[in-house]
Write a protein that binds this ligand. Structure first.
Ligand code: PLZ
Length: 444
């Protein structure tokens, strides 16, 4: 077991990581970037240990994946047992219980008490693609509505749904047709002010679908209940409810992409739970299986069963090793009440972020829920001018001090916090001390 403390044994990155970096350059496509190029050899709970003996505090969870803690013992045990039993048959060829058990858990945990079905896949993007396939097949309609600042993946269809050009879409077109974009309810940057955001964003959405697409042509509306890569944008309370109701009234499938926000991250099982929204389809991945590749589409039985037999699948989707990891992760979330843990993380971080905002005057907004929190950095609070340079400098200063941090946002000016939900409180506090230092260093 790795001791839960930060150790700086060398400069970051250290000599062994730098040497591996050279091998990487010679062997791995330059297109695959690395945010903090220390090479990891072991991890436990809130600490990652690199090959130079540095121990870093994990505020990223591998982008919201290792929510149940790095090196979770339940997952190690379940996966070890499963690997010894069998690793693969392909569920479409000869099925196994673990896949069915994950689908049962998804039916029980996702919002709504209607009859549900699931299909399992390997990545978030694949889940999103399949949710769109289900919506189109079930409705016989083609158009899909996505929001400004959305992120849904890097495959062709999901690139089209994703809003941001760099680095996701640049030079990768043409993109799939029948994707329409509408403004996101982004209170901090709503042109007429946060107070008017809810009503006006909803009105614009309705008007746009009516005038430019036609309700009857619209198969699905897809939204992240809290946007992830786009900047941890939280729509005003009531927005998701209104959009979901509008979809219901117009026979449109409402898809919540909870790939990043799901599985206790926000202090609820799903971010949709916060205002009691019941999506028709919900996509999950990341935190579902503690680091093993698994994703799912879960939704109304009449939609999921509308697709012809054999219409959904894939060689590895719902791999048994990934499935037992998911069952172990879900058991951990339930037994150890990781929703409460996520809320406790919010309670620890928020006052520190408020202090930092007051002290520096460079934080335009603190937002998010549970252990999905972010600060938006600006050079001028009045003009709300995004400050991607400061964001990058703070990020770099955190890395140099052994804190693994991530940025995001359409304008590259959002600093996000996604620690494992099991992280020790002392590491959280130490991480916040480092963030303070990093701001001081970056602001000179
Ligand atoms: N939907 C809401 O957040 C993945 C992307 C990192 P995959 N987000 C991290 C990167 O730069 O590639 C994500 C998400 C939401 C879909 C996805 C896609 O999930 O498992 O990366 O395909």
């Amino acid at each position: 077991m790795i001791e839960q403390r930060r150790i700086l044994a060398t400069a970051i990155p250290g000599p062994k990581s730098l040497a591996l970096g050279q091998r990487k350059t010679a062997a791995v496509s330059a297109a695959v970037g690395t945010g903090l190029p220390v090479y990891i050899e072991a991890a436990a709970d809130g600490i990652l240990r690199d090959i130079d003996g540095n121990q870093l505090i994990d505020f990223g969870s591998g982008i919201a994946v290792t929510s149940v803690g790095n090196g979770n013992q339940r997952i190690i045990d379940a996966v070890s047992r499963q690997i010894a039993d069998f690793t693969h048959t392909c569920f479409m060829v000869t099925p196994y219980e673990e896949y069915v058990a994950v689908a049962e858990e998804l039916a029980a945990l996702t919002p709504g008490d209607h009859e549900k079905r699931s299909a399992l896949f390997n990545s978030g993007a694949e889940a999103v693609e399949n949710a769109i396939k289900v919506a189109r097949s079930a409705t016989g309609r083609q158009a899909v509505v996505a929001f400004d600042h959305a992120y849904h993946g890097r495959t062709n269809l999901t690139m089209g749904l994703t809003a941001k050009n760099m680095p996701y879409k640049h030079r990768f077109g043409p993109f799939a047709s029948e994707i329409h974009r509408v403004p996101m309810a982004y209170p901090y940057r709503w042109p007429t002010g946060a107070d008017r955001c809810l009503e006006e964003a909803f009105e614009e959405f309705v008007a746009l679908v009516h005038a430019q697409i036609g309700e009857d042509n619209t198969a699905a509306v897809i939204i992240e209940p809290i946007q992830g890569e786009g900047g941890f944008i939280v729509p005003p309370d009531g927005f998701l409810t209104k959009v979901a109701q509008y979809c219901r009234d117009n026979g449109i499938v409402f898809i919540a992409d909870e790939v990043q926000s799901g599985f206790c991250r926000t202090g609820d099982w799903f971010a949709s739970d916060h205002e009691g929204v019941v999506p028709d389809l919900i996509t999950t991945a990341k935190g579902i299986a503690g680091g093993l590749p698994l994703a799912a589409v879960t939704g109304r039985a009449e939609l999921m069963d509308a697709v012809h037999v054999g219409g959904l699948g894939g060689t590895y989707g719902g791999n048994p090793v990934a499935c037992v990891a998911a069952l172990a992760a879900i058991e951990t979330m339930r037994e150890d009440d990781l929703n409460a843990a996520a809320r406790a993380i919010e309670d620890t971080l928020t006052p520190r972020l408020k202090e930092l905002a007051d002290r520096t005057g460079r934080i335009g907004e603190i937002r998010g829920r549970g252990a999905m929190l972010a600060i938006e950095l600006v050079s001028d609070q009045g003009a709300k001018t995004p400050d991607p340079a400061l964001t990058a400098a703070v990020n770099k200063a955190c890395h140099a001090r052994g804190l693994v941090t991530l940025t995001c946002g359409t304008f590259g000016n959002v600093f996000r916090f996604l620690p494992p939900l099991t992280i020790a409180p002392e590491l959280l506090t130490e991480g916040m001390d480092i963030l303070d230092e990093a701001f001081d260093a970056a602001l000179g």
